[in-house]
Design a protein around this ligand. Structure first.
Ligand code: HEC
Ligand code: HEC
Length: 336
């Protein structure tokens, strides 16, 4: 009996070592199941830059009335989203789309539901200047931060300049590259640990990759093809959000939105670009019925005719399989 326990302990040691390592990942080292990051040559990832980016990310002084930070709408406590259908910016102004999680946004070549921004560096200054989000001009925010000794010193150290908008964008983007989620039960199952997923979640996984059609779009290491599809959401409205069409002006892109990552999906309700669904069973029911028919509806969206059991299994896979124990629960830092 004793020998048996010993053997198990020896077998588990390398595994335990790997999990310990992934709980405290090295900078730029993605957790199990995720691909290596692509880091732009002109913005290398360094610990000091990530720390500076973290401060900027959590600092409400980047907004006009010191009330809103990036974390107000992309809150680590709320799956790096905001738990609401729409996002509320300065002076209580409410936007027309939900705040996506920024988990694994580092892997997306196009940012926003409609892909109108490219790299994270190109995205970061958008919300600062958006009049209904943080409402600052770049000159104003740069002047405001240059008055704070702590930021001036940090920018000197990291970029060898005063505070600049380019530096703000690079630092925030670097911080976002550390907000990663992998190492979920699904990844461990795939890596060979057949006990990592319950029987029900394993059945749900089969529905996900088979009859449910989900993996035609939610594919790859972050469960997104990072491309745009019309799944019918919002198309029942008289004036639907044009989505990707607004960027490309290509008719086929009408009502197209970026495929959302499904990692940590149990933490990021409500769902869809307009936050219409509060729960995953509601989302699954929507797909099961084949979405709202419209001329641009993607060909993978049709009535799936899933059984009650298959729907429940699918939800079990999404919640149990894709929720990581090494979730990036990053606490707000001390600000300069
Ligand atoms: C007032 C709420 C609000 C604030 C503040 C805000 N965001 Fe967002 N963010 C949103 C919304 C809403 C979207 C989606 C908008 C769209 O797609 O049209 C978004 C989209 C994004 C995306 C794209 C994610 C993806 O998967 O496409 C990133 C990255 C992001 N924000 C980072 C930031 C950063 C960095 C800051 C701070 C500088 C910030 N946000 C401040 C609400 C906010
Ligand atoms: C044709 C491509 C496609 C297929 C097939 C597809 N999805 Fe999606 N999925 C998307 C797109 C695009 C969005 C964003 C849609 C929007 O907000 O309008 C999305 C959004 C979601 C969301 C909400 C994510 C969030 O953060 O708000 C969930 C959950 C989801 N899909 C699960 C599934 C499941 C489960 C299946 C299979 C039954 C599936 N999807 C099939 C493309 C697809």
């Amino acid at each position: 009996m004793r020998r048996c326990v010993f053997a198990v302990a020896v077998l588990l040691l390398p595994v335990a070592g790997r999990f310990a390592a992934s709980a405290e990942p090295m900078l730029g080292q993605p957790p199990l199941g995720l691909k290596p990051l692509t880091i732009p040559a002109d913005n290398p990832l360094t610990a000091d830059k990530v720390e500076l980016g973290k401060q900027l990310y959590f600092d409400k002084r980047l907004s006009r009335d010191d009330t809103i930070s990036c974390a107000s709408c992309h809150d680590p406590k709320k799956g790096w989203s905001n738990g609401e259908a729409f996002a509320t910016g300065v002076r209580g102004q409410v936007g027309g789309r939900s705040a996506p999680t920024i988990i694994n946004a580092a892997y997306s070549d196009m940012q926003f539901w409609d892909g109108r921004a490219l790299a994270l560096e190109g995205q970061a200054l958008g919300p600062i200047q958006n009049p209904i989000e943080m409402d600052m001009s770049l000159d104003e925010v740069v002047a405001k931060l240059n008055k704070l000794d702590g930021y001036r010193a940090a920018f000197r150290k990291v970029f060898n300049t005063d505070v600049t908008s380019e530096g703000i964008a690079k630092a925030i983007a670097s911080f976002e590259r550390t907000v990663l989620s992998g190492d979920a039960p699904y990844d461990r199952f795939k890596a060979g640990d057949k006990t990592a997923l319950s029987e029900q979640a394993q059945r749900g996984m089969k529905v996900f990759f088979g009859k449910g059609q989900c993996s035609s779009c939610h594919t790859g290491h972050s469960f997104s093809d990072f491309s745009f599809h019309n799944v019918g959401v919002g198309m029942e409205k008289e004036k639907p959000d044009p989505g990707r069409f607004e960027v490309t002006k290509v008719l086929g892109d009408k009502g197209g939105f970026k495929t959302a990552t499904l990692r940590e999906i149990s933490r990021t309700a409500p769902y869809m670009h307009d936050g219409r669904f509060k729960t995953l069973p509601e989302v699954v029911d929507y797909y099961d019925k084949g979405g709202f028919n419209n001329p641009q509806l993607d060909e993978s969206i049709f009535a799936l005719k899933l059984t009650t059991q298959e729907k429940a299994d699918l939800v079990a896979f999404l919640t149990e399989g894709l929720t990581s124990t090494s979730y990036p629960d990053i606490a707000p830092p001390k600000l300069p």
